[in-house]
Design a protein around this ligand. Structure first.
Ligand code: AMP
Ligand code: MG
Length: 479
C-alpha cells in the first residue's frame, strides 16, 4: 500500500473537507498505466487486478490516506462562480515518487462531496476514457499535463443524456491547485488563508524562489511564463482545451481537466470542440488571449500580496512570452531555426493557406518533414499547383539560409511534428467498443500515443485524415 502524506489537507479546514470515497460495488480494472504506477511506488506485478481495483475505486483506503475535497471558485465563461470545488474529485494524499518528487493522487468520479452542487459526484466511462487517453497523449507529446494512472469501470448506472455507467479515474499531478483556489480566498476576503496556500504552493512546487525576498512577484511571474509557454505548445499541436475557465487552469502550468477538448483535424482557427461553447469563447485561436484573461483574474486574486504595479508589469510580459514560444515552436515545425520577420510573416500566411485549403494540420507538417525541394509531397494539402509552386519556392529559399543538411532537418522536424494525433474519431471508436466491455482499442491507443513521433508502421492506419463522420463529431460537455 502507498504511504501517503497529507500536506494539502493539513493546511486546515478552511481549505476543504474530509470525505470518504463512495467507490463501486463490483469495481473492474479497465486500464492501468503500469509505468506511472511504478513511479509512484506500486509494482503492477506484485498486486492482483482485484486488489488494485478495490484501491483505485476508493473501496479500500490506505491507512495513511485522508481523502479530501478542496474548495475553489472560478470564472466560468467569463462570469464569477463563487463556490465550485472538487465536486467529484478526492485527493487521497500526496506520495513521494521514485525520483523524489511529491505528487498528488486523486480519484475522479468517486462520489459526492460538499462541493457537488447539483451533480452526482460521478464520471461516466466515456469521459474518463477521454481524459485518460488525452492526458497521456499530451504527456508523450512533451506538453505539461496531469497524468492518468488508472480507469476502474463499474456497472453503476449514471444518468446523463442517456443512462451510462460510472468509472473512476486515478489522476496523478505535481499539483491540483487551480487559479480558482486563489480566487476563492481572495474574493471571500480570506487573505491569511490565501497566503498559507501561496506559501505551501511555493514551498512544494516553486522551491527555487522560496527564499527570495520578492517571492510572490516571482511566483506570479513564473505562472505567467509557464501559462504562456503551455498555451504556445497547445497551439503548435492543434490542441483546444474547450473549457478554459479559471478553475480549469493549473497553477503549475499543466494542462488539467480534459473534458470537451479536441485536437483539430484540418487547420481551422475558429475550431470549437465544445458543443456548449456557442459563442466560441474557447475556440482554438482564442486560447492565447483567454490565457491572458485568466491570468488577469489570478493577478486580481493575488492583489493582497503583490502591488498593483507589479501585477500589471508582470502581465505586460505575457504577449512577449507567448509570442516567443509560439513562433519558436511553429518555426521548428517548418525546420526553420533562424527566425526573421519574413519567416514570421511566412508562418502566418501559410496557416491562412492551410485554412483555405482545409488541409489537415498534423499531416501537413508531417509531410513537410519529408520535403526535399520538390513540392509533390504537399499536393494533397496545397491544391492549386501554381500557388503551391510559389509557396515551395519561398520555403526553399528560407531553408537554404539554414545551415542544416536535409536529413538532419527531416529528423529534427519529425521530432516536433507528430505522425499521430489523438483524433476525436479514434476516441469515439475506442469508447463505443469499451461500452460493450471490450477495452482493446483503449489499450491500443494508449500504446500508440506513447510514441506519437515514431514511424510505428503497425499503426499506419491511424496516420490518415479523419473520416468525414469523425470531423463532424461534437463533444457533449456532460461528463
Ligand atoms: P468542469 O467544468 O467539468 O471542470 O467542472 C466545474 C465544476 O463542476 C467543478 O467544481 C466540478 O467538480 C463540478 N462537477 C462537474 N461534474 C460534476 C458531477 N458529475 N458531480 C459533481 N460535481 C461536478
Ligand atoms: Mg474542472
Amino acid at each position: 500500500m502507498l504511504n501517503f502524506i497529507n500536506g494539502y489537507s493539513e493546511l486546515g479546514e478552511e481549505f476543504g473537507a474530509f470525505v470518504n470515497p463512495e467507490g463501486f460495488e463490483r469495481p473492474k480494472m479497465v486500464a492501468v498505466n503500469k509505468e506511472l504506477l511504478k513511479e509512484i511506488g506500486i509494482d503492477a506485478g506484485s498486486v492482483s487486478d482485484d486488489d488494485l481495483a478495490e484501491f483505485l475505486a476508493g473501496n479500500k483506503i490506505a491507512p495513511t490516506s485522508k481523502p479530501f475535497a478542496s474548495v475553489y471558485s472560478g470564472h466560468q465563461f467569463g462570469g464569477y462562480s463563487p463556490r465550485l470545488g472538487d465536486g467529484r474529485a478526492l485527493l487521497l494524499g500526496e506520495v513521494v515518487t521514485g525520483n523524489d518528487s511529491v505528487v498528488d493522487l486523486q480519484l475522479k468520479g468517486a462520489g459526492l462531496t460538499p462541493y457537488s452542487r447539483m451533480g452526482d459526484g460521478r464520471a461516466v466511462l466515456r469521459s474518463v476514457i477521454r481524459e485518460y487517453l488525452g492526458s497521456e497523449a499530451m504527456f508523450h507529446l512533451g506538453i505539461p499535463t496531469t497524468r492518468a494512472l488508472s480507469i476502474v469501470g463499474s456497472d453503476h448506472a449514471v444518468y446523463r443524456e442517456t443512462t451510462e455507467t460510472g468509472a473512476i479515474m486515478g489522476r496523478v499531478s505535481k499539483s491540483h491547485t487551480r487559479f480558482g483556489h486563489f480566487e476563492y480566498f481572495h474574493h471571500n476576503g480570506r487573505h491569511d488563508e490565501l497566503q498559507t496556500l501561496l506559501d505551501y504552493t511555493i514551498e512544494r512546487n516553486f522551491p527555487e524562489i522560496k527564499d527570495e525576498e520578492s517571492k510572490y512577484d516571482l511566483f506570479f511571474y513564473t505562472v505567467v511564463k509557464r501559462t504562456a509557454d503551455l498555451i504556445a505548445k497547445w497551439q503548435c499541436v492543434g490542441y483546444t482545451h474547450g473549457v478554459m475557465n479559471t478553475d480549469n487552469m493549473s497553477i503549475v502550468g499543466d494542462t488539467i481537466d480534459y473534458g470537451p477538448y479536441g485536437f483539430m483535424d484540418n487547420y481551422e482557427s475558429m475550431y470549437i470542440p465544445n458543443h456548449s461553447d456557442s459563442f466560441g469563447r474557447y475556440a482554438y485561436a482564442k486560447q492565447p488571449q483567454i490565457g491572458m484573461w485568466n491570468l488577469q483574474c489570478l493577478g486580481t486574486a493575488l492583489s493582497s500580496v503583490i502591488t498593483e504595479e507589479s501585477i500589471q508589469s508582470i502581465l505586460g510580459e505575457y504577449p512577449t512570452f507567448f509570442n516567443g514560444s509560439y513562433i519558436e515552436g511553429m518555426a521548428a515545425k517548418f525546420g526553420l531555426l533562424n527566425i526573421t520577420d519574413e519567416i514570421v510573416d511566412f508562418i502566418f500566411s501559410t496557416l491562412k493557406t492551410l485554412e483555405r485549403n482545409r488541409a489537415d494540420f498534423t499531416n501537413f507538417f508531417r509531410a513537410l518533414s519529408r520535403f526535399d525541394g520538390n513540392g509533390d509531397c504537399l499536393a494533397g494539402f496545397l491544391k492549386d499547383e501554381k500557388a503551391r509552386c510559389e509557396w515551395v519556392e519561398l520555403y526553399d529559399g528560407f531553408l537554404k539560409l539554414e545551415d542544416l543538411a536535409t536529413e538532419e532537418r527531416h529528423e529534427k522536424m519529425k521530432s516536433v511534428n507528430p505522425k499521430y494525433i489523438l483524433r476525436n474519431y479514434m476516441l469515439q471508436n475506442a469508447i463505443e467498443k469499451a461500452e460493450t466491455g471490450d477495452f482493446s482499442e483503449v489499450e491500443r491507443l494508449h500504446e500508440l500515443f506513447r510514441k506519437p513521433f515514431d514511424e510505428e508502421l503497425e499503426f499506419e492506419e491511424y496516420a490518415v485524415d479523419s473520416p468525414d463522420w469523425g470531423k463532424k463529431l461534437v463533444i457533449s460537455c456532460s461528463s
